[in-house]
Design a binder for this molecule. Structure first.
Ligand SMILES: Nc1nc2c(ncn2[C@@H]2O[C@H](COP(=O)(O)OP(=O)(O)OP(=O)(O)O)[C@@H](O)[C@H]2O)c(=O)[nH]1
Ligand SMILES: [Mg+2]
Length: 185
C-alpha cells in the first residue's frame, strides 16, 4: 500500500508538459496522466547538422514501470525529471537513476531536470540540492519551467549536444547518427 502511494506521487512532475513545450511550444495546464508511453519528435541543428530527436514520454506511475524499462535500451539520452515543489519527487531520484542505469546503454547521457521553476513561492527543493545530486552522480543539471518555457529548449539541446560530442569522440557507437532517441522519466 505504502509503496504504491510512493510511486503514485511521482506522477505529475511535468514530463508530458516538457515534451509538449519542446515539440509544440505550448503548455497544457490540465494533467492528463500518461498511460504507458507517448511519443514526440523534433528536428534540431547541431554543428550545422540536422538531427532528429525522437522522444519517448513515460508514465510516472508504478503500474507502467515494466513498459518504461523496455524503452531504455535504445535511448541515447534521458531526461530525469523531478518537481521542485514536491520534495518526495526529489527523494525518489536515486531509485529511478539506478533503474535507468541498469536497463540502458552505459553511455546514455542523463540530464537531471528540476521542473516547475516558475513556482518559486512553493519551492521545496533548493537549486543547490539539484546541483549537488547531479555532481555526485555525474549528470548534467538544469531547472526548467514547462509553463514559461524557461530552459526547455536548452535541456533537450544540451543533452543532444553531449551525445553528439560523444559520437565525435568515438565513445558512443549508435546505429543512426542523425536520429537520437530520448526517454523522459
Ligand atoms: N506551474 C507549472 N506547472 C506545471 C509545469 N509542468 C507541468 N505542470 C503541471 O503539472 C501537472 C502534471 O504535468 P504532466 O506533464 O502531465 O506530468 P507527468 O510527469 O507527465 O505525469 P505522468 O504522466 O502522470 O507521469 C499538470 O497539471 C501541468 O499543468 C511547470 O513547469 N510549471
Ligand atoms: Mg505524462
Amino acid at each position: 500500500m505504502l509503496t504504491k502511494f510512493l510511486f503514485f506521487i511521482i506522477s505529475g512532475v511535468g514530463k508530458s508538459c516538457l515534451l509538449l513545450q519542446f515539440t509544440d511550444k505550448r503548455f497544457q495546464p490540465v494533467h492528463d496522466l500518461t498511460i504507458g508511453v507517448e511519443f514526440g519528435a523534433r528536428m534540431i541543428t547541431i554543428d550545422g547538422k540536422q538531427i532528429k530527436l525522437q522522444i519517448w514520454d513515460t508514465a510516472g506511475q508504478e503500474a507502467f514501470r515494466s513498459i518504461t524499462r523496455s524503452y531504455y535500451r535504445g535511448a541515447a539520452g534521458a531526461l530525469l525529471v523531478y518537481d521542485i515543489t514536491r520534495r518526495e519527487t526529489f527523494n525518489h531520484l536515486t531509485t529511478w537513476l539506478e533503474d535507468a542505469r541498469q536497463h540502458s546503454n552505459s553511455n546514455m547521457v542523463i540530464m537531471l531536470i528540476g521542473n516547475k521553476s516558475d513556482l518559486e513561492s512553493r519551492r521545496e527543493v533548493k537549486k543547490e540540492e539539484g546541483e549537488a545530486f547531479a555532481r555526485e552522480h555525474g549528470l548534467i543539471f538544469m531547472e526548467t519551467s514547462a509553463k514559461t518555457a524557461a530552459n526547455v529548449e536548452e535541456a533537450f539541446i544540451n543533452t543532444a549536444k553531449e551525445i553528439y560530442e560523444k559520437i565525435q569522440e568515438g565513445v558512443f557507437d549508435i546505429n543512426n547518427e542523425v536520429c537520437y532517441s530520448f526517454i523522459v522519466i
